[in-house]
Design a protein. Structure first.
Length: 259
């Protein structure tokens, strides 16, 4: 399927690896020019070079902390007329309710709620003026089914979901579409970190920890960044103009509900 976005310009955050890279790869395959962001310069430059070589599109790498004002400014300066924005940031650490201080909550909210909101506020006026835009926020399946150990993430990402619910309906008439992608368990560094925590807590090896978690997923496996990226690219396509303010679960069937 031709996604109809060849030549468009996109900002993709946390794009050096994992789900962010999966989204960047899929957009590049559709002919989209990219501004990629991540904290680690070495990994980011390697990803940018690989995507340029594989897909033949222009790729600019901006190594910066997207949760900091100066980091966002640097990314936005590299793509002054962004047609597509994919927000993404690493999740806060796991724990239990008694572990977290006010400062922990503020840090999580800043990274996983206020940062994507700030990016949207920066790019939406231009999208509205040009009468076309796509925003995809990578959130979490936890906004549908909270994960007890990820209370900081549950809190921050649910707040972002509420912001998108209202904002998406306000900008849709201008040809600007905002949606959220809600990943379940995917084969990423984040999944490895959580599995290693289970491994240590239960005294089992890593393969066993992964097998036990995969067994809880109807698909009986972890998702891949590639299939996640393909869903992102579709939501950024010309075919998704009537999909507004939705929360698409990509979780292998883990969330069990009729609606």
């Amino acid at each position: 399927m031709d996604l109809g976005i060849r030549g468009r310009k996109a900002i993709v955050c946390a794009a050096s690896k994992g789900l962010g890279r999966g989204c960047a790869e899929a957009l590049a395959a559709a002919g989209v020019e990219l501004v990629l962001n991540a904290r680690g310069e070495k990994a980011l430059e390697a990803t940018a070079a690989a995507i340029r070589e594989r897909h033949g599109v222009a790729v600019t790498a901006v190594a910066a902390d997207i949760t900091a004002t100066e980091g966002r400014d640097a990314v936005l300066a590299a793509c002054r007329e962004s047609d597509i924005l994919v927000t993404n940031a690493g999740g806060p650490p796991p724990g239990i309710w008694s572990d977290w201080s006010r400062e922990d909550f503020l840090k999580a909210i800043d990274a996983n709620m206020l940062t994507p909101i700030a990016l949207m506020q920066a790019v939406l006026p231009g999208m509205i003026e040009r009468r076309w835009g796509r925003v995809v926020n990578i959130t979490s399946g936890a906004v549908k089914s909270p994960i007890a150990a990820l209370g900081l993430s549950n809190t921050a990402r649910t707040g972002l979901t509420g912001f998108v619910a209202g904002t998406s309906r306000q900008v849709a008439e201008h040809g600007v579409v905002i949606n959220n992608l809600l990943p379940g368990v995917h084969a990423t560094d984040r999944a490895d970190a959580l599995d290693k925590g289970v491994m240590a807590a239960r005294g089992i090896d890593l393969d066993t920890a992964r097998a036990q978690r995969a067994a809880t997923i109807p698909a009986r496996r972890y998702g891949t960044p590639g299939e996640f990226g393909a869903a992102c690219a579709f939501l950024c396509s010309v075919h998704a103009g009537f999909i507004v303010g939705q929360n698409l679960l990509i979780d292998g069937g883990a969330f069990n509900a009729t609606l």
